[in-house]
Design a protein around this ligand. Structure first.
Ligand SMILES: Nc1ncnc2c1ncn2[C@@H]1O[C@H](COP(=O)(O)OP(=O)(O)OP(=O)(O)O)[C@@H](O)[C@H]1O
Length: 238
């Protein structure tokens, strides 16, 4: 191997992640090893797809493809290390509280990365808080293990709203992630369980409508430009 393994950074459902240094460049990299129980055709296919997709992308908020190698019969994907702490760690462990403006601003930053992906016909399909890193206000999107090329409209109903190969599955995940961020500033006042619309009481009608469209409770957005233009109208008023 041309890499010095320094530590383990994460254990996902698909991969074991190592932090390493490239002997060639001296740069820090992240190496993803496909877990043994994922050495199935499907597991290998999605691992190779992740490598292929990263190879085609070049964006400061997305890991750069460095290498793909097979060592002792095991495949490894080498990519650049992104800076930052995952959104769930930031909120749960570091107790970061986002104001409403910061939450919607974060949403715009995330959408700009998603705009880049959708422009290439790629849907991420896993835009959950653990897959979004923040380094101060710089965002990074990781884990392209479920990313796919968009498909033509499918008449069958999808397994889950987050896994459709359509832009709206990313919008659906962004809706949930935005709520997660907005809830960082929420302290429950009553024991009774209420809906998010009741609990996040300082949301305006326009903001609620925006989130409902992301979550497909109301007619969904069809493309990222529509989402960004609604979001910018909200941000102008904040
Ligand atoms: N390019 C990267 N830069 C920095 N950290 C990374 C990078 N890729 C992965 N990580 C770290 O490793 C962890 C697991 O990586 P990843 O989510 O890609 O694995 P996975 O097996 O697909 O996980 P999951 O179970 O969420 O699908 C991440 O939560 C993150 O902490």
């Amino acid at each position: 191997m041309n890499y010095q393994i320094n530590s383990t950074v994460g254990l996902g459902s698909y991969g074991v992640l190592y932090l390493a240094t490239s002997f060639q460049t001296g740069k820090e990299v992240v190496i993803k090893q496909l877990r043994k129980r994922k050495h199935t055709n499907e597991g290998m296919e999605s691992f190779e797809r992740e490598a292929l997709l990263l190879q085609q992308l070049s964006h400061p908020a997305i890991p750069k493809y460095v290498d793909y190698l097979v060592f002792q019969n095991k495949p490894y994907l080498v990519m650049s290390k992104m800076k930052g702490v995952s959104l769930d760690q930031l909120i749960f462990q570091q107790k970061r509280v986002f104001s409403k403006r910061e939450s919607f601003q974060f949403c715009e930053d995330l959408l700009k990365v998603v705009q880049y992906l959708h422009h290439f016909g790629i849907v991420h399909r896993d835009l959950r808080p653990p897959n979004i890193l923040l380094d101060n206000n710089d965002i990074a999107v990781i884990d392209f293990g479920l990313a796919q090329f968009m498909k033509r409209e499918n008449k069958e109903s999808p397994d889950s709203l987050m896994r459709e190969c359509h832009p709206r599955s990313d919008f659906y995940a962004i809706g949930h992630t935005l709520l997660f961020v907005l809830y960082s500033g929420y302290t429950p006042s009553a024991r009774k369980k209420k809906s998010w619309e009741e609990e996040l009481e300082d949301l305006t009608t326009e903001e609620i409508r925006f989130i409902r469209k992301l979550l497909q409770i109301e007619a969904p957005f069809e493309n990222v430009s529509q989402v960004l233009s609604s979001l910018r109208s909200i941000l102008q008023k904040l």
